[in-house]
Design a protein around this ligand. Structure first.
Ligand SMILES: NC(=O)c1ccc[n+]([C@@H]2O[C@H](COP(=O)([O-])OP(=O)(O)OC[C@H]3O[C@@H](n4cnc5c(N)ncnc54)[C@H](OP(=O)(O)O)[C@@H]3O)[C@@H](O)[C@H]2O)c1
Length: 291
């Protein structure tokens, strides 16, 4: 299999580069080789690489910056997936893509289903939704994994920011009314690989660990586990104070309810997804090893 992997330097792309390796030859151009902002460069690259599987882990993921850079976010999150889907449809190639909990309106406390109505609150969320819709309407053979709160031992993410801040701050105020499931990039890559290998039926699937937590609860567990692993922090879980989103204004509005029901993926793949706590332990271990 000739696999084209986009976004190999990102959190998910880095992990995919490793997990996809047994499935075939991976062609993973860096930004220097292929600027995904250019539709023409992407078209030329596809024509010469002739992939028979495309895995797109590239995106505009700077949620707040997207509010002021709508055209760039649209190109990467909506135009690029549409272009890849058109190529995939025309060439009978499977396209694997990633979407976000930010496509949902964020109200209520029920977990979203894949069939739930979408209503993004931000430019980032709207552009991701446009990308999903283009893929669904393209006629391509696709898998879209809609995931949430991605973090990893590498890259910029909440876990690493919290650990950095906890080394110098005596206390932190952390948002406690946004609830979801923090998802390690490695879990996404492992499940993606399993899905490709087992020829998971075309469609949209939620992909996140089981369980739910607020950012505040997630931070407390990060501090607790880090201290248990011997990390020297200037504060512990007891010095993390819960605040409402309204006390932490950001340019882009975040959904309060990011709970996603993962039954469809579990049932179709005959697996049980792990809980977020065990996934944090594994990811934190890896971070402490490589830092
Ligand atoms: N992060 C989250 O919390 C989250 C939550 C839900 C869903 N998702 C979705 O999950 C997927 C993976 O996210 P992630 O967190 O792994 O993303 P990430 O770490 O921000 O990585 C994004 C990747 O896209 C590449 N890229 C961006 N602009 C490019 C350009 N113009 N040309 C070439 N490459 C470009 C980046 O390359 P450089 O390294 O060169 O910049 C990087 O490899 C995305 O679809 C995202 O929307 C993420």
């Amino acid at each position: 299999m000739n696999i084209l992997l986009l976004g190999k330097t990102g959190q998910v792309g880095f992990e995919l580069h490793r997990t996809l390796a047994p499935l075939g030859a991976i062609n993973a151009p860096s930004r220097e080789t292929l600027d995904l902002m250019s539709e023409e460069s992407v078209a030329n690259y596809l024509a010469s690489a002739k992939p028979n599987l495309i895995v797109n882990a590239a995106a505009w993921t700077a949620v707040d910056a997207a509010e002021d850079h709508q055209a760039s976010a649209e190109r990467l999150n909506a135009g690029l997936p549409a272009q890849l889907a058109d190529y995939a449809a025309a060439n009978s190639v499977r396209l694997v893509h990633y979407s976000s909990d930010y496509v949902y309106p964020g109200d209520g406390e029920q977990a979203w289903q894949e069939t739930s109505a979408t209503s993004p609150l931000s430019v980032y969320g709207s552009t991701k939704l446009q990308g999903d819709r283009s893929i669904e309407q393209s006629g391509a053979d696709y898998l879209i994994f809609r995931t949430s709160w991605v973090y990893s031992a590498r890259g910029n993410n909440f876990m690493k920011t919290m650990l950095r801040l906890a080394k110098s701050k005596a206390e932190l105020n952390i948002v406690a009314d946004q609830v979801g499931a923090p998802t390690p990039a490695r879990l996404i890559a492992q499940i993606t690989t399993l899905a490709i290998h087992s020829q998971l039926a075309k469609g949209l699937y939620h992909l996140a660990p089981r369980g739910e937590v607020s950012w505040h609860g997630f931070a407390q567990e990060i501090f607790r586990l880090a201290q248990e692993n011997g990390e020297q922090l200037a504060m512990g879980p007891e010095n993390a104070y819960p605040i409402p989103t309204s006390d932490y204004p950001t340019p882009a509005t975040r959904p309060l309810n990011s709970r996603m029901n993962v039954n469809k993926l579990e049932q179709t793949l005959s697996i049980r997804l792990p809980d977020w706590q065990s996934q944090l332990a594994v990811t934190l271990d890896e971070y402490l090893e490589i830092k």
